[in-house]
Structure formats: C-alpha cells, structure tokens
Design a binder for this molecule. Structure first.
Ligand SMILES: Cc1cc2nc3c(=O)[nH]c(=O)nc-3n(C[C@H](O)[C@H](O)[C@H](O)COP(=O)(O)OP(=O)(O)OC[C@H]3O[C@@H](n4cnc5c(N)ncnc54)[C@H](O)[C@@H]3O)c2cc1C
Length: 288
C-alpha cells in the first residue's frame, strides 16, 4: 500500500521544526521513527500534506543523567534498552520496552514518538505516567514542561498543540531505593498489550510502603493510575495488600470491549496483573 502524496521537509533545529509546523497548520505531521505514522499513512488513515522530519536534529537524541534522567525525543527504543544509565537509574524502563514490537521496530521507533503518539495500549506512556515524568514541549514561544499526568488527553491525543514538538522526557527521581515490577498480557510477544501494569514503590526499613505508583495500559483511552491501590499500599506491607489492591484496580477501571478482548476479560487481567506485580515487588523487597 502507498500513502497519499505528501511534501517532505527536513528540520535542522528545534526552532526550524516548530516554525515549519506553525507554517503548515493542521495538515502537517512530525516524522520521527515512522513506525506508527508510516503504516497509518500507507493505510490512508492519516493523510498529512507535509511531513517534517526531525531525525536530523542532533539535540533531540541522547540519554543524560543530571539530577534526573533525561531521554531525548528521537532516542531509539533500542538505545534506551541498551543504556547503562537507564538500567542504573530506572531499570523498569528497559524492562517494559523489551515488550515493544520487534527488533526492527525498536531500531527505528523513538521514545518521544511513542509518547507523542499516545497509544493507550503502549508500554512507554504507561511507564512515563508511573514514574511521574516531566515532558518538555517546544513551540514558537520557547519550551514548557508538562507533567505526564496532564499530557495524555485521549487515544492518540495529547495536550500538545499542532505546532509544538516533544523534545525530551525527564524522569525526576532514581529507583535505586525502590522496588518495581512490569507485567503485560498480549496475544503474542511483540503485540500491543491487552493490559499492562507498571508498579513502583518505596519501602522503609520496617517493610512499610511509603510511596506507590500503579499504572495500567489498555484499560481506558489513556494510561491510568490506580489511585485507590496506591493509597492502600502506603502505610502497609506490600504483600499484605497485594490481593486487595488487585481487586481495587478491577473495581476502579471501566475498560471498553473490542475485537481483541471483552471489558470483563480486561478487568480480570488487570486484577491479576496488579496482584502479580505487587507480589513480585514484595519478594524483591524482602531479598534486599
Ligand atoms: C508491527 C508493529 C508493532 C508495534 N508494537 C508496539 C508495541 O508492542 N508497543 C508499543 O508501544 N509500540 C509498538 N509499535 C509502535 C512503535 O513503538 C513506534 O515506534 C511508536 O509508537 C512511535 O514512535 P515513532 O518514533 O516510530 O513515531 P512516528 O511513527 O514517526 O510518529 C508517531 C506519531 O507521533 C508524532 N510524533 C513523533 N515524534 C514526535 C515529537 N517528538 N513531537 C511531536 N509529535 C511527534 C508523529 O507526528 C505521529 O503522529 C509497533 C509498531 C509496529 C509497526
């Protein structure tokens, strides 16, 4: 299949990219790894008149630890997975990303492309939410920062304007004193998950949880935090409340049904995955 005709422009800087985006209004799309956009164009589900290629903007690619962990928007999935800095700072990121597609997709697809694409079944937006990431967005007036919780609006829709560019994702705190777990259920390895869970907690010397994040993919039109489960965890030993937290997750979500799974199935999987993730974390906490 072939896309509808389009014009192509290659931006050399963030300023040039945002100026081009502004010039072309709603008929324009950013081209990052192309692993979501090009299939949509080939199927004629997207018909942008202009593509702005951001792959040549050097400042958008790279991984840096400087207080927090910053991943540039065009950093390829494979580079994030291989990164020693990511592994040391927040190993859950690499663990979740091993579930993304296949080798070819991970070689081209970009971290920022996945966040900006905002597929609610994707691993990366769920991790971004679970780790309280801060997103840097550039526009004509300069840069602004958006909290992950405010960024995802609905399926394939974020709070960015059409003339804005996601430039980087910053994870503000390391997970070196935290326990974490990532699980998902997909029909085949590499498929988008039917449901996924990313959970992170800090536990004090007495084994009591002092801070928790539990985020789910595939159960709403955006990745969601299960705040009732997080509240239950704080002040408890994780193993004591893992089952109940799973039941709270099942009760709190209202997933839709589609070709792949019924709403009831997704609720049941969410319950099981939350309990499994928390039991994992309890075991990791005991062995530290
Ligand atoms: C067969 C297949 C299986 C896949 N399986 C999975 C999976 O299991 N899990 C998963 O998470 N993903 C999966 N993907 C998608 C893959 O991870 C993509 O790489 C990712 O969704 C988009 O990143 P990209 O860099 O390719 O973005 P592109 O395809 O280039 O762009 C996607 C969208 O985001 C916009 N965009 C991109 N970058 C920016 C930016 N910096 N600022 C503003 N807007 C931007 C584009 O304009 C476009 O609308 C799969 C893809 C394929 C083809």
């Amino acid at each position: 299949m072939k896309p509808a005709p389009f014009k192509y422009a290659k931006a050399g800087s963030v300023e040039e990219a945002t100026a081009l985006l502004d010039e072309h209004g709603d008929d324009v799309k950013v081209l990052a790894g192309g692993q979501s956009l090009i299939p949509l164009m080939n199927m004629r589900l997207a018909r942008p008149e202009v593509l702005i290629d951001i792959n040549g903007i050097e400042s958008l690619s790279g991984i840096e630890v400087n207080g927090g962990l910053t991943i540039g928007a065009t950093t390829r999935h494979a580079a994030v997975i291989r990164s020693g800095e990511v592994q040391r700072f927040a190993p859950i990121i690499g663990e979740a990303m091993r579930h993304v597609g296949h080798v070819g997709i991970r070689s081209r697809g970009t971290f920022g492309g996945s966040v900006a694409h905002a597929d609610p079944a994707s691993e990366i937006p769920t991790i971004v939410l679970a780790l309280d990431a801060e997103l840097t967005v550039a526009g004509l007036a300069g840069e602004r920062t958006v909290a992950a919780e405010d960024y995802f609006v609905s399926t394939f829709t974020t709070e960015m304007e059409d003339n804005e560019l996601l430039t980087a994702v910053r994870f503000p705190y390391p997970l070196d004193h935290a326990v974490w777990s990532f699980h998902e259920v997909a029909r085949r390895h590499g498929d988008f998950a039917l449901v996924g869970v990313a959970a992170v907690a800090e536990v004090d010397d007495a084994g009591v949880c002092t801070r928790a994040r539990v985020a789910l993919s595939g159960v709403a039109d955006v990745p969601v935090r299960v705040k009732a489960a997080e509240e239950l965890l704080v002040g408890s030993a994780i193993s004591d409340v893992a089952e109940e937290a799973g039941r709270l997750a099942e009760r709190e979500i209202d997933p839709g049904a589609d070709f792949h799974a019924s709403a009831e199935y997704r609720k049941e999987v969410a319950r099981a995955l939350v309990t499994r993730a928390l039991n994992d974390m309890a075991t990791k906490g005991e062995s530290r």
